[in-house]
Design a protein around this ligand. Structure first.
Ligand SMILES: [Zn+2]
Length: 54
């Protein structure tokens, strides 16, 4: 089996699957998580919510 995908992962070109958002009601940010379908590496980031509910 050619491990071309693993090579891509090693140089940082991951195959990111669908992202999941953790929308905490009390928080004003959304926590996103995305996982590589090949190597399982995860990346997380936060995003500010656009709607200004005060
Ligand atoms: Zn990967």
């Amino acid at each position: 089996m050619t491990a071309i995908g693993q090579i891509l992962c090693r140089i940082g070109l991951h195959r990111w699957g669908r992202k999941r958002g953790y929308d905490e009601y009390s928080s004003n940010v959304i926590e996103w998580e995305q996982r590589c379908e090949r190597c399982g590496k995860r990346k997380r980031w936060v995003e500010a919510k656009r709607d200004r509910r005060r």
